[in-house]
Design a protein around this ligand. Structure first.
Ligand code: C2E
Ligand code: MG
Ligand code: MG
Length: 661
């Protein structure tokens, strides 16, 4: 019986023991050894005294009890282990414990220690049979040998009570009952020594695992899990140490702030796991190319920092930065294939006049990195104080932008869109302008990205929507534009991800009394790539309203034909850069021809953006592009000037007229 139990428990255990088994095994052995000691004193030793016992019988009984201690050991290991214990485990435990209890009662009465009636002695066995039958019939029994879910919290307190009791009880018994003969003394002494060794081992294990846990916590708090590089806080410590020792050997510790260019695109187009692979490969490349005294860290997303504590000054730092840039000329070998990346690098060198602490040095390098990005990426910029001024300037723009709406500093201008074959105005695009307090006018190219980043684009965009539709309503009412003229409003990704956006649009249409068919929303290709699911659901809801969607600046992003097919899109606006060359560049012309053919076959409306010359308009007419806008036709104008602008456009007789096929 005991041998079967030991075998069965061993099989269950090896499947279920889970993480960190050593501590559990140590606890279980303390309990089992304690139980063995108690059993020896009460039962096993007494067996020798019973008169008339055959030595072989005594031996078998003794062995049975030693095995019981092992059964107990395995059972406790199982119960304290890492797996969540299901009903089956508890049923099986009840069966094992009952059977052990039965053995115990039998042994006590065999040893003439206790006079237990036969029925009582046998009842635990009956119980054990029931529990065993329950275990076997329980549907969960087939999972008995499977690693179950790890439990959320380990029963630390219960385990402590159990082990302490398992230690206290045998020692009390040991002290209370004297040894009777030499054999008894030897067994008791031996058992106690083994028990002490187990306790000692347990303590050592606990202390060591605590220490490793602490060390692991410290490293995980200071290193980046993905690349294994130091993180921001550790890098700051390194920089701090370098600064504090810099004066000793007149070094100028230098920080390179490295940002992977267009990393978001990599993530969006290749997927996040490929993005992770790129970061790991970049970390590897940096470690390889930099001298060993440099410290490389990753401080967030795609931003890496290199500290050269021994730099002799800016010129040496430049050489280092160039070396990093050059190292990216070789592609990164990923599982998905080779990928080329470039980086923008900001360099900041320690100067006592501007650098007060480690944070400063890092921040200045960051500022310089932004300058490198602005100058077209894949280059290096060295920090100088004038950059601080531009950072302050941007901060001022941000704050002013917050107030711009309530101070009525924002206004809309409109650019007419004509039908190329009729030469008549069929719609308008609303473009935002910001007149600042100081009299300057800020271009949307400058403030829309800031508004987008800070989120103010949401209220501003809602305002623009209503304002533009109101203008259209006024022009229609005044007879300035045809009844079915359309208004195109630019929409940022941030607005599209606002859960309230569809309501805002429908309310603006209602308030301005404009049918949904007469509103075009212009979005850029990036919207379809960055958050495809959310954008798809919003655009579908807008489509249900009857609002139509145009892809702005088509051809400059990374959208694919499959995306165009998947999204409810009704118009492509061919980017200015292609229209620019359409008159005299064969490549540009064939590209535009292809885009137009695609629009025709997908039944999409099309608008050529940025038409500046008659020749361009002629070519577009020949290519059968339907609509156009641009400085040739009209600059964006204020709403008051629209009547005269539309009249002037209709008066021009010279638009190249193309007959519809
Ligand atoms: P966009 O939507 O592609 O607008 C066309 C831009 O090209 C406008 O610049 C317009 O003035 C300019 N443009 C028009 N015809 C010509 C031409 O023949 N030649 C040249 N060189 N340029 C031409 P603008 O007004 O500076 O707007 C720039 C961008 O700012 C817009 O590009 C749009 O993406 C964004 N934007 C403007 N208003 C808003 C707005 O209300 N909300 C949002 N989210 N973005 C806006
Ligand atoms: Mg636009
Ligand atoms: Mg555009």
């Amino acid at each position: 019986m005991q041998l079967t139990l030991v075998g069965g428990l061993l099989i269950v255990l090896q499947r279920r023991i889970g993480r960190d088994p050593i501590g559990v095994i140590a606890d279980a052995s303390i309990l089992a050894l304690g139980a063995w000691l108690v059993m020896w004193i009460f039962v096993v030793r007494a067996l020798f005294d019973v008169s008339g016992s055959e030595p072989a019988v005594v031996l078998i009984k003794g062995l049975t009890f030693s095995l019981s201690a092992i059964v107990l050991f395995l059972l406790v290991t199982l119960l304290l282990g890492d797996s969540d214990n299901s009903a089956v485990i508890w049923l099986a435990t009840a069966a094992v414990i009952s059977s052990l209890l039965g053995d115990m009662l039998w042994a006590l009465s065999d040893a003439e220690r206790l006079d237990v009636p036969l029925a009582v002695r046998n009842s635990p066995y009956v119980l054990a049979l029931f529990a065993a039958a329950g275990t076997l019939l329980h549907p969960g029994v087939r999972n008995l040998t499977a690693q179950g879910a790890y439990r959320a919290t380990r029963p630390i307190a219960g385990r402590l009570v159990l082990v302490t009791a398992g230690l206290a009880v045998p020692i009390t018994v040991f002290v209370a009952i004297d040894a009777v003969d030499t054999r008894d003394r030897i067994v008791r002494g031996g058992s106690l020594i083994v028990l002490s060794i187990a306790v000692l081992a347990r303590v050592i294990i606990a202390v060591r695992s605590n220490a490793t846990l602490q060390a692991r916590l410290i490293t995980s708090a200071q290193t980046d899990a993905l690349t294994g590089l130091p993180n921001r806080s550790l890098m700051l410590e390194h920089v701090d140490t370098a600064l504090r020792t810099a004066w000793r050997d007149s070094r100028q510790p230098t920080v390179l702030f490295i940002d992977v260019d267009r990393f978001k695109n990599i993530n969006d187009s290749l997927g996040h796991s490929a993005g992770d692979d790129v970061l790991v490969a970049v970390a590897e490349r940096l470690r390889m190319v930099l001298p060993s005294h440099c410290v490389v860290g990753r401080i967030s997303g795609d931003e890496f920092v290199v500290l050269d504590p021994q730099s002799k000054g800016p010129s040496e730092a430049m050489v280092l930065a160039d070396r990093v840039l050059e190292s990216f000329h070789e592609p990164l070998a990923l599982r998905q294939g080779d990928v080329f990346v470039s980086a923008s690098i900001g360099v900041s060198t320690y100067r006592p006049s501007v650098t007060n602490n480690a944070d400063d040095l890092l921040r200045h390098a960051d500022t310089a990195m932004y300058r490198a990005k602005e100058s077209g990426r894949n280059c290096v910029a060295i920090f100088d104080e004038s950059m601080l001024a531009s950072v302050t300037q941007r901060l001022a723009v941000e704050t002013a932008l917050y107030r711009a709406l309530e101070r009525r500093e924002l206004r809309l201008v409109h650019q007419p869109i004509i039908d190329v074959s009729l030469g008549e105005v069929v719609g308008f695009e609303a473009l935002m302008r910001w007149d600042r307090e100081d009299g300057s006018t800020v271009s949307p190219a400058e403030f829309i990205p800031i508004a987008e980043e800070t989120g103010i684009i949401v209220p501003i965009g809602s305002w623009a929507l209503l304002e533009a539709l109101t203008h259209l309503g006024e022009w229609i009412a005044a007879g300035v534009s045809p009844r079915d003229a359309t208004m195109a409003v630019n929409v940022s990704p941030r607005q599209l991800s606002d859960p309230n956006f569809v309501n805002v649009v429908s309310e603006a249409l209602t308030r301005a009394h404009i049918p949904a068919r007469q509103l075009w929303l212009e979005v850029t290709e990036s919207v379809m790539i960055a958050q495809p699911d959310q954008a798809l659901s919003t655009l579908t809801k807008l489509g249900d309203l009857g609002v139509r969607v145009a892809i702005d600046d088509f051809g400059t992003g990374y959208s694919s034909l499959s995306l165009l097919q998947k999204f409810p899109i009704h118009r492509l606006k061919i980017d200015r850069s292609f229209i620019n060359g359409v008159a005299d560049n064969d490549d540009a012309r064939s590209l535009v021809r292809t885009i137009i053919a695609m629009c025709e076959s997908m039944n999409l409306d099309m608008v050529a953006e940025g038409v500046e010359s008659v020749r361009q308009l002629q070519v577009l007419g020949e290519l059968r592009c339907l609509k156009a806008q641009g400085f040739l036709i009209s600059h964006p104008v204020a709403p008051e000037a629209m009547a005269s602008t539309v009249a002037a456009i209709s008066n021009v007789g010279a638009w190249p007229r193309i007959r519809r096929p």
